[in-house]
Design a protein around this ligand. Structure first.
Ligand code: ADP
Ligand code: MG
Length: 564
């Protein structure tokens, strides 16, 4: 049975499959590869995902959610009308959509998937991603780090078996930089560095702030719809600057037609702090891998933000090297995940590549700080950038006379102070009373291929406690999972074929909001006409009508966002 590869992105998700000796992207019901990671629910409970939901984000923001990957593994609640969801649940709705798209495309049931996650995702975030897959009815064969998937795909594209890559993945919400070595059949990630809060969205935000500054607008006091629309305008302007040297950003704020002329040079100036942060992450990755640019054969640019010429030039400039663009940067990870699906399936036409991932952060336990009894000092057991799977142990002794209980606090992170790292869990083991330092425990950490941590502690008398690190507040057990799955199953999800027609209405409504006067009347008439065709027309007539509405909307859109 087919194993699909999924890039579950903050902004966009894609699905692919290894077939006929290559990884193929699978189109969604609109015929495109990028499915926006957005969910929206109508008043009557109808659930929309992808492009339709992204349009509805503007017309019903209080019933829509985007960028939920940023909250993966946290207890953050997203409210869509009367329903409350966690990020993993919203992600499962996207995954389910991709599963249905793949099934329609392949003509068979799909029950297994390889899903990519940012290398910097911590234990909670990885676990939540696996659960999202389960909620969508997918057995998650493997979580693969996004840079590993990118390296796999690049290696396939360049055909160069042995080389050293610097993969820079700049997406909508995250940045991952990794040093990857391909040698014979082994792809080894040597180091990763990243920033979970740096991506294309931040460019949009800085352009928005600049726009507000120029027009003395207070972003915070705007309604959610106004904010979303302004951010969308900023994003559109940024994309315009990918295609040309200058762009006009127009925004109708209440009664005022506001405009701003921006050049690529302005963009670089406004977003300078982001470029600086990008540079730091790149050097961090190189230094962790013990490499310099001399050792790197190729710089690979991945992620939608790498489409920006300003980003490409900046990278080329500070690394003194022309980067390599691996086809469409925003498709490369999905292709890699698809290739990995093929490897997992052991398809005979694919080389049996071994992909070694690394643990992107340090895992350790907290020990009492003699200078500050209330804080704990981190004692690393598995250091960041260790190859996976890995199993390491440390020995810890009692610190008080007659101590009978040793508490083991498990943390993840790079700070010396546990209070600044992520607390993962706790386990306790008893020891016989003795003078301090005489009794102790061996703590073994086993970090599996998917980045899930298993902790085991053993005292000198053979007593053992084991724990799969869980944060019970966030994680669901099997029964809860089953129940949640049924709840999600009950949501009203329209048939795939309806998305294209619904998109006509949701796009029309969004444009109506943005435009004024005669243009609004044009939209109204068009939507009325389209409703009539939908009721009476043949499939061919409906498709032709969709084409006509698309043409008109594209024209109206160009009036709004046209270049200079
Ligand atoms: P993610 O991995 O976060 O899902 P993607 O790799 O799909 O994200 O990248 C999405 C980001 O790329 C968005 O911030 C989007 O604005 C940006 N982007 C996509 N296309 C372009 C373009 N042509 N020019 C500039 N930015 C772009
Ligand atoms: Mg991505």
């Amino acid at each position: 049975m087919a194993i699909i590869g999924i890039d579950l992105g903050t902004t966009n998700s894609l699905v692919s499959i290894w077939r006929h000796g290559r990884a193929e992207l699978i189109p969604n019901s609109l015929g495109t590869f990028l499915t926006p990671s957005v969910v929206s629910m109508d008043k009557d409970g109808t659930l929309w995902t992808g492009t339709v939901a992204r349009e509805k984000m503007h017309t019903q923001p209080e019933r829509s959610a985007a960028s939920f990957k940023r909250q993966m593994g946290t207890s953050h609640d997203f409210r869509l009308g009367n329903h409350i969801f966690k990020a993993a649940e919203l992600s499962s709705l996207i995954l389910k959509q991709l599963k249905l798209d793949a099934e329609a495309y392949l003509g068979e049931l799909v029950e297994e998937a390889v899903i990519s996650v940012p290398a910097y995702f911590n234990d909670e975030q990885r676990f939540a991603t696996k659960q999202a897959g389960q909620l969508a009815g997918l057995k998650v064969e493997r979580l693969v780090n996004e840079p590993s998937a990118a390296a796999l795909a690049c290696r396939n594209q360049t055909g160069e078996d042995d080389s050293q890559f610097l993969v820079i993945d700049f997406g909508g919400g995250t940045l991952d930089v990794s040093v990857v070595e391909c040698f014979e059949q082994i792809i080894e990630i040597q180091a990763v560095a990243g920033d979970n809060h740096l991506g294309g969205n931040d460019f949009d935000m800085l352009i928005t702030e600049y726009f507000c500054g120029q027009h003395a607008l207070d972003f915070e006091s705007m309604t959610m719809s106004e904010q979303n629309l302004l951010l969308k305008k900023a994003e559109q302007c940024k994309r315009e600057l990918t295609a040309s040297q200058a762009a006009m950003m127009n925004y109708l704020y209440r009664e005022d037609e506001l405009g701003l002329f921006l050049t690529t040079a302005d963009l670089v100036r406004i977003c300078a702090p982001l470029f600086k942060r990008l540079e730091q992450v790149v050097f961090h990755a190189l230094s962790d891998a013990g490499k310099t640019m001399e050792d790197i054969d190729q710089i690979v640019l991945v992620g939608g933000t790498c489409k920006m010429p300003a980003v490409q030039q900046y990278i080329g400039h500070f690394l003194h090297r022309e980067p390599f663009l691996a086809g469409q940067p925003d498709e490369i990870i999905a292709l890699g995940a698809g290739i990995y699906g093929g490897i997992k399936e052991r398809q005979s036409d694919i080389k049996d590549i071994i992909l070694t991932d690394i643990c992107p952060f340090t895992l350790g336990i907290g020990i009492i700080d003699r200078n500050n009894a209330r804080d704990h000092i981190m004692s690393p057991i598995i250091e960041r950038n260790s190859p996976l799977p890995t199993s390491k142990s440390g020995f810890y002794v009692t610190t008080r006379d007659l101590q009978t209980d040793i508490g083991i606090l498990v943390f993840q992170g790079e700070s010396m102070h546990c209070s600044e790292n992520l607390f993962l869990g706790e386990l306790n083991l008893t020891v016989p009373p003795a003078p301090n330092g005489q009794e102790g425990v061996v703590v073994r950490f086993t970090y599996d291929i998917n980045g899930i941590l298993d902790v085991e502690a053993e005292n000198r008398h053979g007593d053992v406690v084991k724990k799969l690190i869980m944060n019970e507040h966030i994680r669901m057990d099997n029964q809860e999972l089953e129940q949640k799955m049924q709840e999600l199953e009950q949501l009203k999800r329209p048939a795939r074929e309806q998305a294209a027609n619904q998109l006509v209405f949701s796009r029309g409504e969004r444009l109506y909001m943005e435009l004024l006067g005669d243009d609004r009347q044009v939209i109204l008439n068009l939507l009325n006409w389209f409703s009539g065709v939908l009721e009476a027309g043949s499939p061919a007539a409906i498709a032709a009508a969709r084409k006509k509405t698309d043409d008109t909307f594209n024209y109206l859109e160009s009036k709004l966002y046209g270049g200079v």
